[in-house]
Design a binder for this molecule. Structure first.
Ligand code: DON
Length: 308
């Protein structure tokens, strides 16, 4: 690929993305997130050949939020195995918002998938006793090649003080015997994972490991098993953008996971990892500019999984 052309296209994607920022808004239901700069926007692309392309606010730290669900799912699959994970949580898109409670209450004896809050709380419960937050941070640092990855205490406290809805989901899971640990302990681990401070570059690094089947292409190190990565990428494709996942899969066509901190983690299989930061969100809680940018890059470079 021509490097100059690719950098030019990333810059063009940024310009397109900037145009839609005013139509979204920062998350306000976690008070600390409401302080984000709505107009911030950055992208990092890490290729298998070791090239890093960046534009805009690619070194700004923000909290990973729901993108941490990808990491906890990877760790749960590695430590507990596929059968134990699937015993706790399904793998069907819910068609509901990320913090929905209805489908769990009405239709199911387990959360629909690990990318929504109920599913991630069930996974956090599974991990208690097998790992802890300190180890999960260490694993995250390695997967994101980000030694400066840090815990954002302010965001953590802000969410713990206001997460009545997640607490309700936690108690509903408890009432259905889906979680066995103390609800508050499960909430703490889940919320701490959401409060890791990352950058677009950290996300691009993690996405590249996933794109490369769990192996760091720079040194050949196996960080995740191929079977774990296959499961995680598939669930990202079908459920990673919540009730926007179907349309995103059609129009962009590669596994992506969003977070309400404004992050997007995108896997262009066997080729590259993309990380985006833009805290202005659409109505489904996904980065509004990132959507436009990824669609543009996918079309320009034929990145859709089923491109013709
Ligand atoms: O549980 C929550 O509400 C947040 N910590 C994470 C939600 C989130 O990132 C949804 N993603 N778009």
């Amino acid at each position: 690929m021509d490097k100059k052309l690719f950098q030019y296209s990333i810059d063009s994607a940024m310009e397109l993305g900037r145009k839609v920022i005013p139509y979204g808004d920062v998350a306000t239901y976690i008070p600390e997130l409401a302080k984000a700069d709505k107009h911030a926007l950055g992208i990092a692309v890490q290729t298998r050949q070791g090239e890093l392309y960046t534009a805009g606010d690619c070194s700004t730290r923000f909290t990973i939020q729901s993108i941490s669900k990808v990491i906890t799912l990877c760790v749960a699959l590695e430590k507990c195995g596929y059968a134990a994970v699937l015993d706790k949580v399904g793998m069907e898109p819910s068609g509901e918002a990320f913090n929905s409670i209805v489908e769990l209450d009405l239709n199911s004896n387990k959360p629909y998938n690990p990318m929504i809050n109920s599913g991630a709380l069930a996974i956090a419960d599974l991990l208690i006793g097998k790992t802890n937050f300190t180890e999960l941070m260490e694993i995250s640092r390695r997967l994101m090649k980000d030694p400066d990855l840090r815990f954002d205490e302010k965001v953590y406290q802000s969410e713990m003080a206001t997460c009545a809805r997640n607490r309700a989901i936690g108690w509903l899971l408890k009432s259905k015997d889906i979680i066995s640990n103390d609800v508050e302990e499960v909430l703490k681990l889940y919320t701490a994972m959401c409060s890791m401070g990352v950058t677009a570059v950290s996300l691009a690094n993690l996405a590249l490991i996933l794109a490369n089947g769990g192996v760091d292409p720079q040194n050949g190190e196996w960080l995740l098993s191929a079977s774990t990565v296959k499961v995680v990428k598939t669930i990202m494709l079908t459920c990673g953008m919540y009730d926007g996942s179907g349309r995103f899969a059609v129009e962009v066509g590669f596994p992506t996971k969003s977070g309400v901190g404004g992050g997007l983690l995108s896997v262009v299989d066997k080729e590259m990892g993309i990380g985006i930061y833009g805290p202005s969100l659409d109505s489904k809680g996904n980065c509004i500019a990132g959507n436009v940018m990824l669609k543009y890059l996918s079309q320009t470079f034929n990145m859709h999984l089923f491109h013709s």
